[in-house]
Design a protein around this ligand. Structure first.
Ligand code: PHB
Length: 402
């Protein structure tokens, strides 16, 4: 009997062996989980509502960056959790809170409109979660939290060039017409200050509501004031609506020149806007027609992955934002918080828009601003493009120039 049954000692040794093996598995399992695991990025965008085009563009670009560059960092899988805030700040705040507390995201990203970015800033500060603003563009956003890094642009940054061009081109009397919130007020102030400095005159400053704008009464006031030019800012997604009313009121034939930031001649809407935009001068940091090898590669890959959709400046903000996050995570080996924030500051790279820098002090983007003219380009399918003809190099947000 003894010879057929294992001795107690043998059993003990065997049992210990099993425990040791199990423990080994546990240890290596934990090690694997640590080396593996996931890094979560909460991407909050308006996927529905009046700014849905921004959500569509930014999310497509984020996906493209990951498809091209891989979604693994330091042995960990990067997972993007996309949430739709429909452009409502209370929703953005709630979603950010849930993403930080429940999903334990390492980064909050996206933010299609200024109020949505600002609503999340206290959550970023309290939880020490880097907040990457890929779309919103009021100058002061970066002051709302030390954890904010911006990869989009600012309205003062892109407006200065337009004001300079106007002054050099004998535009003396202007009316400004902007959407009545942060970025519009930034654009209005910058354009006015530079115009006055250059000896011009601002006849009227018109502000149109953000929600359901009716431009007609404001366009009537433009017509009545008879300026040399009207300078316009409306946010991405609203340009086609503005241009339709501009043409309907006959302002395109009034002799009043229409100048704007590139938000109005948004690449996503430009072909729909049509011939009324022909010859329009705008200033901005990105055109889908930007003639660089990096941009050609980006546009080709973006349109292949999203048939029928042109990348616009929002897409580039998302693409570069994802680049800044992934390179930051590579540097920290997947760690978040302050380490990641520091690793995002100071990044210098070639974007589809041109050379850019994330200024380490302001956490804001420094970039070239182009003066462009809307033209039909036979070599590019005879479609409408913002064709760049002049450039201001390495423009800092004017508010951050000491
Ligand atoms: C903003 O709300 O900050 C914003 C949105 C769209 C733009 C520019 C600025 O095109």
């Amino acid at each position: 009997m003894n010879s057929t049954l294992p001795s107690k000692r043998k059993l003990m040794t065997c049992a210990l062996g099993v425990v040791a093996a199990a423990a080994a598995t546990l240890v290596s399992g934990t090690a694997l989980a640590q080396a593996g695991g996931t890094i979560k990025i909460g991407l909050i965008l308006p996927m529905t509502g009046a700014s849905a085009s921004t959500g569509r563009e930014v999310s497509a670009a984020v996906n493209l960056y990951l498809a091209q560059n891989g979604s693994t960092v330091a042995g960990k899988k990067v997972e993007v959790i996309l949430k739709d805030d429909a452009g409502v700040a209370d929703t953005t705040r709630r979603l950010a809170q849930e993403l930080v507390v429940n999903d334990k995201v390492t980064v909050l990203a996206g933010f299609g409109l200024t109020p949505l970015a600002v609503a999340v800033a206290p959550i970023a500060t309290q939880s020490k979660t880097p907040q990457v603003v890929m779309a919103a563009a009021t100058s002061s956003i970066v002051d709302a939290s030390p954890y904010i890094v911006r990869t989009s642009f600012t309205l003062p940054q892109v407006t200065l060039g337009m004001a300079e061009w106007a002054a050099k081109n004998k535009i003396k009397k202007v009316v400004t017409l902007v959407t009545d919130y942060g970025p519009g007020i930034d654009a209005e102030r910058t354009f006015k200050e530079r115009t006055l400095l250059n000896g011009g005159q601002v006849l009227a400053e018109l502000r149109v509501p953000l929600r359901n704008p009716d431009f007609a009464p404001f366009l009537q006031r433009v017509a009545d004031a008879k300026p040399d030019a009207v300078f316009v800012f409306v946010p991405s997604g609203f340009g086609a609506g503005f241009m339709k009313q501009f043409a309907e009121r006959g302002l395109d034939k009034s002799g009043i020149k229409l100048i704007a930031t590139g938000d109005v001649t948004d690449d996503e809407q430009l072909n729909d806007i049509g011939d009324v935009a022909m010859g329009m001068i705008t200033s901005h940091h990105y055109s889908v027609a930007h003639p660089s090898a990096t941009n050609k590669k980006f546009v080709e890959a973006f349109t292949k992955a999203n048939p029928g959709l042109r990348p616009n400046f929002m897409a580039v903000g998302g693409y570069d934002g994802m680049r800044v996050i992934m390179k930051g995570l590579e540097a920290t080996k997947g760690a978040g918080g302050e380490a990641l924030l520091n690793a995002m500051k100071g990044q210098v790279f070639e974007s589809p828009r041109g050379p850019v820098l994330i200024d380490a002090q302001s956490r804001d983007i420094v970039q070239d601003v182009y003066i462009r003219k809307v033209e039909r380009v036979p070599a590019m399918g005879n479609q409408l493009y913002n064709v760049e003809f002049d450039v201001q190099k390495a423009v800092k947000d004017p508010a951050k120039v000491k």
